[in-house]
Design a protein around this ligand. Structure first.
Ligand code: DAH
Length: 333
């Protein structure tokens, strides 16, 4: 075969190979690689064209024209394939990123405040709104803070009112939040106004209205010239805010070792009288126990049953529902 025919054949087969490779390329990077390997300065076509030196001057234009034709074809093919790849990419992204608004939604479960905590928050907020400071104390208490300093010495019959869980070392699970009164007064000078929420424990038989673990909110105000009228006004205003309306209230005479006089408060709610809290004027012995001068200072205190309020406000029939973590119940709040 003549030299020129041989070169032409090589060029054309190069062109076919290039077209095949281009068709198979599936990325822009591969396309660019193919372009460089065929059309680049040191590419396959240039290499063949170097062989033109052996041809006569008359033959050269012929082969040059064929080389240009093949180069143009390759370029065109590259451009087309580039467009195809880009279109494919756009389609893929459209498919991937489309939002099907008819798909069912994935809803996330929301957490909730437990009705006991919700009730505590509501009570505490009302007293904070009246200028009270939040205070807290330990659940494991000593006999002194739970009883003795609260005017309830060892042989006092009132200890029987609160059946107590004792530890072997003589400490106990506090039976009421009244112990926080003593702890706070020991560290602060009057005047004071505190609201102390917390968990308390009693050896009670569990039934619809009793639980061995329950919650109280303690109120204590001590200052100069505080009277039973202040206590009454505070409690009545609290109850009005708690129930969202004026509710009929009665203060019944009662007995607690740490208050004198003492009272229990009933409210009329949805046609029934319900006991909601104990309260009274702080006994002078309690003030003495923390080093306050009972000639100068007086105070009032109250203890609110959280579960009682939660049950009344949410119409809960059995206290045990509050502790069973039954989601069907809890999801209502
Ligand atoms: N600590 C009492 C109880 O658990 C409740 C109580 C009554 C608290 C009168 C008080 C109060 O602060 O003044 O039964």
């Amino acid at each position: 075969m003549t030299e020129i025919k041989e070169l032409e054949r090589e060029l054309r087969s190069l062109g076919e190979n290039a077209e095949k490779e281009i068709e198979e390329a599936d990325s822009l990077e591969k396309l660019e690689g193919i372009r460089v390997s065929y059309l680049g300065k040191k590419g396959k076509i240039s290499v063949i064209m170097k062989g033109m030196g052996k041809l006569s001057p008359e033959e050269r234009p012929y082969l040059g024209a064929i080389a240009n034709e093949i180069k143009e074809k390759i370029q065109e093919k590259l451009k087309k394939q580039q467009e195809t790849i880009q279109e494919r990419e756009i389609e893929r992204r459209i498919k991937e990123e489309t939002l099907d608004v008819t798909m069912p939604g994935v809803s996330r479960q929301l957490g909730r405040i437990h009705p006991i905590q919700g009730t505590i928050d509501r009570i505490v907020d009302i007293f904070v709104g009246m200028g009270y400071t939040v205070a807290e104390g330990p659940q494991i208490e000593t006999d002194y803070y739970n009883f003795t300093a609260l005017n309830t010495p060892e042989d006092h019959p009132a200890r029987d009112m609160q059946d107590t869980f004792y530890f072997e070392d003589g400490t106990l699970l506090r039976t009421h939040t009244s112990s926080v009164q003593i702890r706070y007064m020991e560290k602060h000078k009057p005047p004071i106004k505190i609201v102390a929420p917390g968990r308390v424990y009693r050896r009670d038989t569990v039934d619809a209205t009793h639980s061995a673990v329950f919650h109280q909110v303690e109120i204590l105000a001590v200052g100069e010239g505080l009277t039973f009228t202040d206590l009454k006004g505070t409690i009545k205003e609290f109850l009005r805010r708690m129930f969202g309306e004026e509710v009929p209230t009665v203060f019944r005479a009662s007995y607690f070792p740490f208050t004198e006089p003492s009272a229990e408060v009933d409210v009329k709610w949805q046609g029934k009288w319900l006991e909601v809290l104990g309260c009274g004027m702080v006994d002078p012995n309690v003030l003495k126990a923390v080093g306050y001068d009972p000639e100068k200072y007086t105070g009032f205190a109250a203890g609110l049953g959280v579960e009682r309020f939660a049950m009344i406000l949410h119409k809960i029939d059995d206290i045990r529902r509050l502790y069973q973590s039954d989601l069907r119940f809890l999801r209502q709040f």
